[in-house]
Design a protein around this ligand. Structure first.
Ligand SMILES: Nc1ncnc2c1ncn2[C@@H]1O[C@H](COP(=O)(O)OP(=O)(O)OP(=O)(O)O)[C@@H](O)[C@H]1O
Length: 292
């Protein structure tokens, strides 16, 4: 079967400016992603988990078409991605709603961009507001909604224009634990109802095991796919508490085992980066003092 999304040998680096004070500014490439390969099937719920700074958001930006890889390619339905497009919906950690628009207007936004007529727009928006459990809140503004409700609006908005793939970048990270758990099970229900292909990025191991049909574990920077784990739960939206199952606990352990070295390596990198920028800061100060 051909993949819905195919990430092939993707590599991404950034050039960062280093201010060396009295010396000329130099730029140094930082490799964020190194040879990422991953196929996501039609209708699959794929979770990507990795330590802080391993390149998860960089990968999501590439999938969204907001940036381009330095080498390699990403195919959607066998065609290379060409920039951002409504065939991919994105939900970010920060709600990214228009504060001056109501729930209904926010959800209608993508449909307007797609050229859907007013009456149809309203109907589709209303259906999606109901799908995410926000009926009755159509005329509220974002500041009148809780964090969880805002994220429901963001999900409804992304789904309303019927994208092929839903990209989610830590969408529940800013929510409290109870709201997060509620939205996780709501998202599974919505996924089963819409049959969308979802790529979901998270720091959370428990969230990854709970949501993903497969979980791709990334290494620390430069990010690579270390291993892809299949999560073999069938009825994931059933009433029984999946998190209490011994298989769930076992999978959580397995993923933590893969991640723990990566997390310590990422923390080491972070320390080195801080020390380096501190010593660069000192050289800048010296440079300034020397000029005087
Ligand atoms: N625009 C940019 N310019 C320079 N470096 C960048 C840029 N974007 C990301 N990076 C670097 O690339 C690496 C990967 O960053 P990215 O934000 O993708 O990681 P992440 O896994 O999403 O992190 P987190 O989980 O902490 O959000 C980091 O070292 C980051 O500093």
């Amino acid at each position: 079967m051909t993949a819905k999304i195919s990430i092939q040998h993707v590599q991404k680096s950034f050039r960062i400016k280093r201010n060396l004070g009295h010396l000329a500014e130099n730029t140094q490439p930082i490799s964020a992603l190194q040879d990422i390969n991953l196929d996501v099937k039609q209708g699959e719920f794929m979770v990507i988990v990795g330590p802080s700074g391993c390149g998860k958001s960089t990968l999501l930006d590439l999938l969204a078409g907001l940036t381009k890889p330095n080498s390699g390619q990403i195919l959607l339905d066998n065609k290379p991605l060409a920039g951002p497009n409504l065939d991919r919906g994105i939900v970010f950690q920060q709600y990214a709603l228009f504060p001056w628009k109501t729930t209904l207007q926010n959800v209608e936004f993508g449909l307007e961009a797609k050229g859907v007529g007013k009456k149809e727009r309203r109907e589709i928006a209303q259906q999606h507001i109901e799908l995410v459990g926000l009926a009755g809140f159509e005329n509220r503004f974002p500041h009148e909604l809780s964090g969880g409700m805002k994220q429901r609006v963001a999900i409804a908005r992304s789904l309303a224009y019927d994208p092929e793939v839903l990209l989610m970048d830590e969408p529940f990270a800013a929510l409290d634990a109870q709201t997060r758990e509620t939205l996780q099970s709501e998202l599974l229900r919505i996924w089963e109802a819409t049959k969308k292909t979802i790529i979901f990025i998270t720091h959370g191991i428990e969230e990854a095991v709970y949501l993903g049909q497969r979980v791709a574990v990334m290494t620390s920077r430069p990010g690579r796919i270390k291993k892809v784990i299949t999560i073999p739960f069938e009825a994931r939206t059933s009433e029984e508490d999946l998190r209490a199952k011994p298989e769930f606990v076992q999978l959580r352990h397995e993923i933590w085992d893969l991640l723990k070295d990566e997390v310590s390596r990422a923390q080491e990198q972070e320390k080195t980066k801080t020390l380096k920028s501190f010593s660069n800061g000192k050289s800048t100060l010296k440079g300034v003092a020397g000029d005087g």
